[in-house]
Design a protein around this ligand. Structure first.
Ligand code: CO
Length: 135
């Protein structure tokens, strides 16, 4: 089901400062931040080989990422795996009794479709599944 680690998500208070940090110290090249209103986040990614790091900052205090920051502080937030067919993957997980946060695909950044698996069902790790747009 899993084709690769698509990204690791880091929760940050200031996406500009975090982008600068990775640009200046690691030569990374984060893209223009994109707001995903539905999730209450602004996010940017930079490539590391086959995978990326996603920097995620909340846009409103009631978003899940804002709550995460309030409770746990900045740091590792989630892993995202790329899948070929998200709808099919979710159906299989559901059949296996895996607890899903999103039973249906949602819109992600960059025209992707995504869904979260509940960390309770994934050994404490918030797990995102991502299907990339065609082409
Ligand atoms: Co993500």
């Amino acid at each position: 089901m899993l084709s690769r680690i698509y990204h690791l998500g880091y929760a940050v208070e200031d996406i500009g400062a975090a982008s600068r940090f990775y640009r200046e110290n690691f030569g990374a090249n984060p893209g223009e931040p994109e707001v995903v209103e539905e999730q209450g986040i602004v996010a940017t990614m930079f490539r590391v080989g086959e995978s990326s790091i996603e920097l995620v900052q909340p846009t409103r205090p009631d978003s899940p990422v804002a709550k995460f920051l309030a409770k746990r502080g900045e740091g590792f937030h989630h892993v995202a795996f790329q899948v070929e067919d998200l709808q099919k993957a979710l159906a299989e997980l559901k059949r296996g009794g895996v607890e899903l946060i999103d039973e249906e695909p949602r819109r992600g950044a960059g025209g992707t479709r995504m869904a979260f698996v509940h960390p309770k069902s994934a050994f404490g790790v918030l797990t995102e599944l991502v299907e990339l747009p065609e082409g």
